[in-house]
Design a protein around this ligand. Structure first.
Ligand SMILES: Nc1ncnc2c1ncn2[C@@H]1O[C@H](COP(=O)(O)OP(=O)(O)OP(=O)(O)O)[C@@H](O)[C@H]1O
Ligand SMILES: [Mg+2]
Length: 273
């Protein structure tokens, strides 16, 4: 195919507008400055991996987006408008769901009850509309091809880590989230369950959601991420498409905040200071 026909077949894609932008966000706890002028862009239909060593600020940044912490400075921009996310409820209202591996679900409740917790459907007369909730839960799980749970009426305590993660994600999807944030979703999982969760992440992306995955695991990062963002001691030292990184450069950013100049005339090095 000639260059000209290739160009005609694949017109230049319009730049995708970010769904959420973090602009110059600062956050401190007493004398500890956890985030310094952090910038981040999350785009619909993209998986962004947020990387960084222990204590880099990944969870604090996530909590600023999820409404648990309030930034001291800077702005959070949602679909082009500055927003103040004062609580997790504010975040859900916008369409932001955060999935924490252990905290997201109530163990003693079954899958359906968990997915509708606090947002139960009622029938006329005020009784719970179990049939309709069960149908919606089953459809959502099937739509995400979560097929390994035996019954949607089994208590969440009896699920594997990967299944719990899937239910938490399905809950986010059912409530029309636009952004799903997953904090270390595969940290406690075996090989098969990790694969299941990563497949789910791809499916969310393919549905046009923005997904941010916090991970220490570079296998996972390079398997699912379209973009990689790296925090180092509270500073965002790199964010670019995943194809611009390799393992060595990610590790370098994570451990030193910059990239070594290894080759003569190679790619420009560090962005950090
Ligand atoms: N509530 C808090 N009060 C005081 N300091 C905090 C608080 N939360 C976080 N910090 C500090 O902010 C910094 C960033 O912490 P954060 O939890 O975001 O790290 P992280 O990148 O998520 O690390 P990990 O990979 O270990 O989860 C750390 O120095 C931490 O001690
Ligand atoms: Mg953390």
């Amino acid at each position: 195919m000639s260059d000209a026909s290739l160009a005609a077949a694949t017109p230049a894609a319009a730049p995708v507008q970010p769904l959420l932008e973090v602009r110059d966000v600062d956050k401190h706890f007493g004398p500890v400055q956890a985030l310094y002028k952090v910038n981040l862009r999350l785009t619909p239909g993209h998986v962004t991996a947020l990387c960084g060593d222990n204590g880099a600020g990944k969870s604090v940044l996530t909590k600023c987006i999820a409404g648990i912490h309030q930034p001291d400075g800077g702005a959070i921009v949602w679909q082009g408008n500055t927003v103040h996310i004062r609580s997790p409820r504010d975040a859900s209202r916008l369409g932001i769901e955060t999935v924490y591996q252990d905290l997201a679900l109530a163990d003693n409740l079954d899958i359906v009850q968990n997915m509708f917790l606090g947002r139960e459907r009622l029938r006329m007369g005020g009784l719970l509309d179990e049939d309709s909730m069960e149908r919606a839960a089953a459809e959502t799980l099937a739509g995400l091809r979560v097929t390994t749970v035996r019954s949607i009426r089994q208590p969440v305590a009896s699920l594997s880590g990967g299944q719990r993660q899937s239910v938490a994600v399905a809950k986010a999807v059912m409530w029309n989230s636009k952004l799903v944030i997953m904090d270390e979703p595969t940290a406690a999982l075996g090989v098969v369950q990790t694969r299941m969760v990563l497949d789910l992440v791809r499916r969310l992306r393919d549905r046009g959601l923005a997904v941010m995955v916090i991970s220490h695991n570079l296998n996972d990062v390079f398997e699912v991420a379209d973009d990689i963002a790296i925090l180092y001691l509270g500073r965002m030292v790199a964010q670019d498409s995943a194809s611009k990184f390799d393992r060595q450069s990610v590790v370098q950013y994570m451990t030193t905040g910059g990239q070594l100049r290894v080759t003569d005339g190679g790619p420009a090095s560090k962005t950090a200071n």
